[in-house]
Design a protein around this ligand. Sequence first.
Ligand SMILES: [Zn+2]
Length: 371
Amino acid sequence: MGSDTIDAVALFGSCYADARHGFRADAGDAAADLQSHVNDEAGHGPTGELLATDVARFGPPGAERVLFVLSGVHGKEGYAGSAVQRGWLAAGGPDRIGRGCAVVLIHAINPWGFAYGSRTTEGNVDLNRNFVDFSKPMPANPDYDALHPIFHTADADPITLNRAISALESARAWMGPKAFSNAMSRGQYSHRDGMMYGGTSPTWSNRTLRAIFAEHARGARSAGLIDLHTGIGDYGATVFICLHAPNSPAWERARGWWGPRAIDGSTLPSEHKVLADYAGTTFDAFASSAGPCEKTATVIEFGTLDRLSMRRALLVDRWMNTTGDRSSPEALALMRETVAASAPADPEWRTRVVASGVTVVEEAVAGIARD
Ligand SMILES: [Zn+2]
């Protein structure tokens, strides 16, 4: 079955537990080797469910070429990533894996964030800034200090949020796009109640992802990574973010697998042409934990709402993380809003995302077999 005939909308879980259940059922039906990693440091989900990362492997043990497809680094973005993983299964993807190749689907690496509708892990840590070397001094982000008081809203009332959003727009104007991107997005290690906080030690999700990379890439000569996110890009568009050094062998391989759009920045929307110099991302985890093989990676973003709506969702998320109770009726209502900013319910959006995501995975499955 091709990805054009699958019911993409049905592949989106209604909550973390539903997505997890669907993923495990679909992977089991496709005869995957299934593994679960339970996060026993984060308690349970809002309905008492286990919080776990599930891993489905297809292909022989010790395969020479291993492609990882990762969802839910930013928890609530896992709705889309999970649907793409399940879409690839529904489209019969495992039947097209080349000889000597394996595909490893990592479902919900940040299960707490997925379950509670947050970008971060438990403890307000941005997992995609947490993969730094904690034995060294933390990356500095002096410009973040200017934004912290703006992020630090006293409540999540619309007037408060609009005031903060206007202040951020002003800061963007006076700082300029590059300095603002770095201040806002590169990650900061100084304010535990702040935005894009990288933490003080490796989180459970960090340790679990590194262990999965190490175990499943053992013996591999080549490894690939597709890290699925949402929130950057025009509504429903597919954006490639390649963090490999320009003209490096990995950068060339990414071009070979996915075409020029993987490396030339052409898929980035105009307001994201200037990216932050990110610290501690999954690229770093992959580079340092997936063994000595050659590595090819991309971040995929599916565009959702406009920039101001995304800022609003970030502010609400940070506020909820620092006020504590994510299970109250008020928190759950706000959570639905932040989740909608990461996974719009619109069937057209969901259909586009699954179709594009499955194509990106298929291109990598073909590319890794060729290289
Ligand atoms: Zn993300």
